[in-house]
Design a binder for this molecule. Structure first.
Ligand SMILES: *Cc1c(COP(=O)(O)O)cnc(C)c1O
Length: 351
């Protein structure tokens, strides 16, 4: 084979670039829990500013940050409204049940696009003796399960307004808020303004090895720092990771537009291949539908792997390809060619 592997399984597969590794090596560090890590502090101040919040806290993972947000925003034994495909509901190993004492209320939308009307419909009757109390609405932008769809600023504001009318708190799972920002042309702070807490990841499209941040007002973040430590997320010389995050914010945000262009390029190539369907990507995730019955997920993935292309099965008869900074347009062309060949060969074998 010879050629390098084109790994489109996720945007978490990136390796730190030489520049990022130098930033890590040069980081000034101290005991973070004692308030002594200057690099972590700089990252937290920078992200708080980018999100227009009073304070941001560094977390080892997005899941810990999301769950901490639910724990501090939600009242014990109440409900959290989420879209039915939400990461919090589907991909966090039932963490709310384990950590928060909250019940999730998943709202099916079909296409992953939560609207204010969906939220209104999901609200429990006020003052009911029988129904649970709703306390939080959690949005996700971009929405990963539907293929990186972008929630518009208008919809974000409308959902927040419904929440405010009912005295609910609002969390935004913005693991890929950077992508939503680049795709929509709106600053991350514009989206964050509609939420009490916002989680952003450094280890997805931004290409840092570890880390997410949770931002909000000072009092909420004070509680969040206690929950984080209770969950085992109290860290020490974490500046070596924060340095990677600062480097990523300097060098890897605007370039997300390239990932989005590569996603569109892949979709355009797949579109028109007999047996395959594709959803128009809005950011860096391409959902490929295996329409011809002989195109079984495992067979297609196996064929691709032999040609040095990695993708992942994602739901029934669906493959997911995620673009990121370790994949260039040439890799995308190789992936598209391999997919077309897979479709042709596997169909031929049947006839
Ligand atoms: C990846 C992801 C998370 C969780 O982040 P981890 O760092 O993997 O724990 C949460 N929400 C969304 C939408 C994600 O894509």
């Amino acid at each position: 084979m010879g050629a390098t592997v084109v790994d489109l399984r996720s945007d978490t597969v990136t390796r730190p670039t030489p520049g990022m590794r130098r930033a890590i090596a040069d980081a000034e560090v101290g005991d973070y829990l004692m308030g002594d890590d200057p690099t972590a502090r700089r990252l937290e101040e920078r992200v708080a500013e980018l999100l227009g919040k009073e304070r941001a806290l560094f977390f080892p993972s997005g899941i810990m940050a999301n769950q901490t947000a639910l724990a501090v925003l939600g009242r014990w034994a109440t409900e959290v409204i989420v879209e039915a495909g939400a990461h919090i509901y589907n991909y966090e190993d039932a963490a709310p049940a384990a950590w928060t004492g909250l019940q999730l209320r998943p709202v099916p939308t079909g296409d992953g696009r939560l609207t204010a009307e969906h939220v209104r419909q999901a609200l429990r009757r006020r003052g009911s003796v029988y129904q649970p109390v709703t306390s939080v609405v959690a949005m996700e932008n971009t929405h990963v399960d539907s293929g990186g769809t972008v929630m518009s600023l208008e919809t974000t504001g409308a959902i927040a307004e419904v929440a405010r009318e009912r005295g609910l708190r609002v969390h935004l799972d913005g693991a890929r808020l950077w992508n939503a920002s680049v795709a929509s042309g709106h600053e991350p702070a514009a989206f964050a303004a509609h939420a009490d807490t916002v989680m952003v990841s450094l280890s997805k499209g931004l290409g840092a090895p570890v880390g997410s941040l949770l931002a909000g007002d000072r009092a909420t973040m004070e509680s969040a720092s206690r929950v984080r430590r209770r969950m085992g997320g109290g860290m020490r010389q974490v500046g070596i990771l924060a340095a990677a995050g600062l480097y990523a914010l300097d060098h890897h945000v605007e370039r997300l537009a390239e990932d989005h262009a590569n996603a569109r390029r892949l979709a355009a190539r797949v579109n028109g291949v007999p047996g395959l369907g594709v959803t128009d990507p809005e950011s860096n995730i391409v959902m490929i539908h295996l329409e011809a019955p002989e195109l079984e997920e495992a067979k297609v993935l196996g064929f691709l792997e032999k040609h040095g292309i990695l993708m992942r099965a994602y739901g029934p008869r669906r493959l997911r390809a995620v673009t990121h900074l370790d994949v260039n347009s040439e890799g995308i062309e190789r992936a598209a060619a391999a997919l077309a060949e897979a479709a042709e060969r596997l169909e031929e074998r049947r006839s």
